[in-house]
Design a protein around this ligand. Structure first.
Ligand code: GLY
Length: 414
């Protein structure tokens, strides 16, 4: 997103007068893999400037890793809060494109940290969406063999998913069979739990509509397995509040983020490193993502956007995840893991959000299925899919019937 677009939207939001922020919330994330480790996710409007100095620690040191698309009006109060707490800070501004989510950018963050002589007791503060959180988190995991990271997500997608749970990552680019470069998402990374997470919903006021919809795709994912994630009413809650969320009502946004973070925290607590052999564990959160990752990098796609116009690809992550959820539900229908027609209410919900439910220009189902084999969850070359089953639960299906997978992909053709 360009800084200009972000700022002009921020101006429009200010001009129409932001609504009051509603009450804040705190969700505690407990991790078992790291003994005694727990951290708080603070959610509220204006909470970042209020909290950041105290979280870094008065008189401490921090490298602020800043998304180049964030408006200056959002960064200013954070910087002033650091100054007010006598924090010695440096800044590293990075672009938030998938191509920038590289080991080269991780190195740049580490070099900035070393240049300002950030010591083991210092911390890295990630201010931005998922790309910034992943790159800054990975730098925090390896710089001096690990420093504290404070995740301050500014997109809905990063608030409800990426910033919580300690996954950090960079992409790798390899040479494909056709000799062309191929981007492999999240191929390198580390588990490095943050010291704290601050979700300031004021950042969502200036988030482009398309990005807000993309974040909602991850909320839909959680809602589809609400019972598994310990929140049975999550789907009904989301279905009844979509309009308020899209209108960016601050109190509704606080509730949305709180519910989703609490759901994710339960999964992370039970299976921090995605090693569970009992049930799907943390891998459940990959629902829709194996299909989604295969769709995300495709060129030449087009689809009808929320305003009724045609959008030309590539798909953003959340858009691909929404389509991936549909494909996963339809695969389950074909494998009789879900009753026929289960996809209807999901397609309705995605449509109300303004996410695509079909795309034109899709390559043959077999081509997309082949791309799904690049997924990190492939074991011994065999596909493993997280698929929804009855009762809002999921199952990991090893080697799902190829015809069912192909048919689900074909069903997305517009
Ligand atoms: N985004 C999936 C996970 O955190 O495990």
């Amino acid at each position: 997103m360009s800084r200009r677009k972000h700022e002009s939207r921020a101006r429009r939001v200010r001009a129409s007068g932001p609504k009051k922020g509603g009450r804040g919330a705190v969700v505690r994330v407990r991790t078992r893999g790291t003994p005694g480790a727990a951290y708080d996710v603070r959610i509220g409007s204006g909470v970042l400037a209020r909290r950041v100095g105290g979280l870094i620690g008065p008189g401490g040191a921090a490298l602020l890793v800043i998304d180049s698309g964030l408006p200056a009006g959002f960064i200013g109060p954070v910087v002033r809060a650091c100054d007010g707490a006598k924090v010695r800070w440096g800044a590293c501004v990075i672009d938030a494109r998938e191509a920038d989510k590289s080991l080269g950018t991780v190195e740049r963050v580490c070099v900035e940290a070393a240049s300002m002589r950030l010591e083991r007791g210092g911390c890295i503060v990630a201010l931005g969406g998922g790309v910034v959180g992943d790159v800054a988190g990975l730098a925090g995991a390896v710089y001096r063999r690990g420093v504290r990271v404070i995740q301050c997500p500014t997109s809905l997608l990063a608030m409800v998913d990426a910033s919580v749970g300690g996954k950090t990552a960079a992409n790798l680019t390899v040479s494909g069979q056709d000799g062309r470069p191929r981007l492999l998402k999240n191929m390198v990374g580390a588990f490095h739990q943050p010291a704290a997470v601050v979700c300031d919903v004021a950042a969502l006021a200036s988030l482009p509509d398309r990005e807000l919809r993309c974040g909602l795709a991850e909320c839909v994912k959680h809602a589809l397995m609400g019972p598994l994630l310990g929140d049975r009413s999550m789907r009904a809650w989301l279905e009844s509040r979509i309009e308020r969320v899209l209108a960016r009502d601050p109190a509704t946004l606080v509730d949305l983020v709180k519910r989703n973070v609490a759901a994710k925290a339960r999964v992370v607590r039970a299976d921090e490193r995605e090693t569970s052999r009992r049930g799907a564990g943390r891998a459940a959160l990959n629902l829709g993502h194996t299909f989604g990752h295969a769709l995300e990098g495709l060129a030449g796609l087009s689809w009808r956007n929320a305003a009724g116009g045609m959008e030309v690809g590539p798909l953003k992550h959340g858009e691909a995840v929404g389509l991936g959820l549909l494909a996963a539900v339809r695969t389950s229908e074909r494998l009789r893991l879900l009753p026929a027609g289960a996809d209807g209410p999901l397609a309705d919900l995605l449509g109300r959000i303004g996410l695509p439910t079909s795309v034109e220009g899709l390559p043959a189902g077999e081509v997309v299925a082949e791309r799904m084999r690049d997924d990190k969850k492939v074991a011994g070359g065999a596909l493993r899919l997280v698929l929804p089953v009855r009762g809002g639960r999921v199952r990991v299906v090893e080697r799902p019937a190829a015809a069912a997978v192909r048919a689900a992909i074909e069903s997305l053709r517009g």
